[in-house]
Ligand binder design. Structure first.
Ligand code: DHB
Length: 313
């Protein structure tokens, strides 16, 4: 009998039978979509980012898949936080943790939402989104270190559940250090690296136009394009943050090898966004099988035997 290969992990004190689950964004906005993740091989269920009120989002087309990745400017279409909080009652039947993404349009909105959901015992944790690039006129909090600190000071006075943050990608070494020194001052449970690379532009050369309608075509870039940036962010925050903080990798994960690379850089779990949008919930089982095969061929029985062990040359 070959010994079993385990891809289970722990986030915010909760066990996940698979380290793979959905990124907040694609296919996690309504009850049917969340249910599909709940009954799939995903190790957890994560909601679409919730605002105080329901929102229709930006004008369509607002999501386009290209061969190398995606561009989106959805504009936070969601059903409002009360829906995602109530869904936790259904989510408890799935035998996996349910995480809620919160992306209030102001610090006060975030505080209000977090206060209101603190009584929901089936919300395993909150992924506070510091990095939505698509609401016109709203800068990404994660690129303003003082505002990030201010927001965390506010929410940690109220939050009852474990709280993590979803960060934008950083590109400069001092920025990694500045954000890490903010985060290390709070009892953060996990950090998700990274959100889309904000405000890219995809051009259709035949039509000589942009490909999405909102914001003159500018939107968040996901998929293959962003894997090296995502890995860099996972690696830097794994290195710089207190070891009590779990890193969740997100960006450019299409195959088991992509997930393996994220874990090697330090990720304890790996989210799938653009590829989940393409493939649906089947991606969680396929990528899990590919990751398991890689671990078997390398002789790794579990994630801890290689997590974070990226070597210099
Ligand atoms: C949206 C996009 C994001 O990257 C995000 O973090 C939250 C919301 C959106 O446009 O809906």
């Amino acid at each position: 009998m070959p010994s079993p290969i385990l891809i289970s992990t722990k986030i915010a004190g909760f066990g996940l039978s698979s380290c793979l689950y959905n990124a907040s964004g694609p296919l996690c906005s309504d009850a049917d979509e969340l249910h599909a993740i709940g009954i799939s091989h995903a190790g957890a269920v994560l909601s679409k980012s919730a605002t105080l009120q329901e929102r229709q989002g930006n004008e369509e087309p607002r999501y386009v898949d290209t061969r190398w990745g995606s561009i989106n400017s959805m504009g936070l279409p969601n059903q409002g936080y009360e829906f995602y909080a109530r869904f936790s009652e259904q989510a408890k039947t799935y035998d996996k943790p349910y995480f809620m993404s919160v992306s209030g349009l102001s610090h006060d909105d975030n505080l209000h939402i977090i206060k209101e959901i603190s009584g929901f015992e089936n919300i395993a944790g909150i992924e506070l989104n510091l990095s939505c690039p698509n609401v016109p006129g709203k800068p990404q909090t994660g690129y303003d270190f003082e505002q990030s600190r201010r927001l965390l000071e506010m929410v940690f006075t109220e939050v009852k559940q474990p709280l993590g943050v979803k960060l934008p990608p950083y590109f400069d070494m001092p920025h990694f250090e500045m954000m890490a020194s903010v985060l290390n001052d709070f009892p953060i449970s996990f950090v998700t690296c990274v959100n889309s690379i904000g405000n890219g532009l995809v051009v259709d050369p035949d039509l000589e136009s942009v490909v999405i309608k909102p914001k003159h075509g500018f939107g968040g870039i996901g998929g293959d394009f962003i894997k090296p940036t995502a890995l860099a962010n996972v690696r830097q925050f794994y290195t710089l943050l207190d070891k009590s903080v779990s890193i969740i990798g997100c960006g450019g994960v299409k195959t088991g090898m992509d997930a393996f690379e994220h874990i090697l850089c330090g990720a304890s779990a790996v989210q799938i966004g653009t590829q989940f949008m393409r493939e649906g919930t089947g991606c969680f089982e396929r990528v899990a099988n590919e990751l398991t095969d890689i671990m078997r061929s390398k002789g790794y029985p579990d994630l801890e035997s290689f997590r974070g062990k990226l070597k210099d040359i």
